[in-house]
Design a protein around this ligand. Structure first.
Ligand code: EPS
Length: 346
């Protein structure tokens, strides 16, 4: 695979902290820590978030890779403290002789990683699956995405996102009403988001191999965000309905420059950027942790029961839009580093 900008994250939802290591940044890039923290704040916001977001005030600590505000070209390490850990130290204890079952649970949550994760890793206590499958890890991904955005900004590339739908709601006021209704019913809601990147150069990605096609790389990055169930590029879903004449974006010349009448392709043709805004849409399913639980099975007794509930969000679609921006920013940062390889930024 072609990877220049790489990262790994670690950390359990109620563990001590989240950590990310980024490799492949050029030296000399300005690292604005306030910007990273403002991105973390955006991820915490949004109508419908749960109690955890009142406990956390996610801020990043950089422990390597930066000196006097600029990258060194060495791996950059970011950590985010889990404030909630102070209440979970006993439950998340690392020592073998401190084992306790206080927060163990056994009733699979339909829609969550509990069932498959417990079989895959041979975990009896489903907490061992929950802790890493939780969307808490997306905080570290947003911190990495913020660094990727700083790199993209150097090349004049900017991004934004919108929430297009939550439940049956299509406007902000309707979103809130829908979320209030779901919360009152002990239920949860998903929705649809849109992420837009502007000023991308023509020709990021490639048509020569399946794993270099940028639409495929973006789809993988967005689809693997917890709870995402569909990803489309531009007006991709319309492709099933309207004819080629109406779908494809006709080309014309204005002041000697190539222009498009429309952008149904969402800025990607043949797996490459075509100079138009990159538009990615995704659908997040409703969060599977429901206050009014679903029918399921207890893995210990193998009897039918109702699903485990613990503190959760009613709706995290707004946060998901920030996570999707971050994931796509990382894919694009990698593409920029492939197209304009350099060990230093100047
Ligand atoms: C989240 C932290 C989690 C959840 C949520 C997202 O914290 P806690 O489990 O302590 O409430 O609020 O994750 C899920 C509901 C999930 O199913 O993944 C966060 O930081 O975004």
């Amino acid at each position: 695979m072609f990877e220049k900008f790489r990262f790994l994250t670690s950390g359990e939802s109620h563990g001590e902290c989240l950590t990310a290591i980024i490799e492949g940044l050029p030296a000399g890039l300005n690292i604005d820590i306030n910007f990273i923290n403002s991105e973390l704040k955006r991820r915490q916001n949004g109508y419908g978030r749960g109690e955890r977001m009142k406990i956390e005030s996610d801020t990043v600590k950089i422990t390597s890779g930066v000196r006097f505000g600029k990258t060194l070209g060495s791996p950059l390490t970011l950590t985010i403290e889990n404030k909630d850990w102070t209440s979970w130290q006993k439950i998340m204890n690392l020592a073998a002789d401190e084992y306790n079952e206080e927060k163990a649970f056994y009733a699979y949550r339909p829609g969550h990683a509990d069932y498959a994760g417990s079989i895959k890793y041979n975990h009896k206590d489903l907490r061992n699956v929950l802790e890493r499958s939780s969307a808490r890890k997306t905080a570290a991904e947003v911190a990495v995405g913020a660094v990727a955005k700083l790199l993209l900004k150097h090349y004049g590339i900017t991004c934004s996102s919108n929430v297009l739908q939550i439940g049956n709601g299509k406007t902000e006021e309707e979103f809130h009403l829908e979320i209030d209704k779901a919360r009152d019913a002990g239920d949860t809601l998903g929705g649809k988001i849109e992420v837009i990147f502007n000023n991308l150069p023509v020709g990021l990605g490639s048509y020569v191999h399946w794993d270099r096609a940028l639409d495929g790389r973006i789809a993988q990055a967005v689809m693997s965000i917890p709870a995402i169930k569909s990803v489309s590029i531009g007006d991709g879903d319309l492709g099933a309905e309207i004819s080629g004449r109406n779908f494809h974006d006709e080309i014309f010349i204005e002041n000697g420059e190539i222009k498009r009448k429309t952008n149904h392709a969402g800025g990607l043709e043949g797996g490459m950027t075509n100079g138009e805004p990159l538009v990615v849409k995704a659908v997040m399913k409703p969060i599977p942790t429901l206050k009014s639980p679903l029918n399921t099975v207890d893995s210990q007794t193998m009897t039918e029961t109702t699903s485990h509930f613990e503190r959760s969000d009613t709706c995290a679609v707004e946060a998901c839009a920030v996570v999707a921006e971050s994931r796509i920013a990382c894919v694009l940062a990698n593409e920029i580093m492939l197209k304009f390889p350099s060990d230093y930024i100047e």
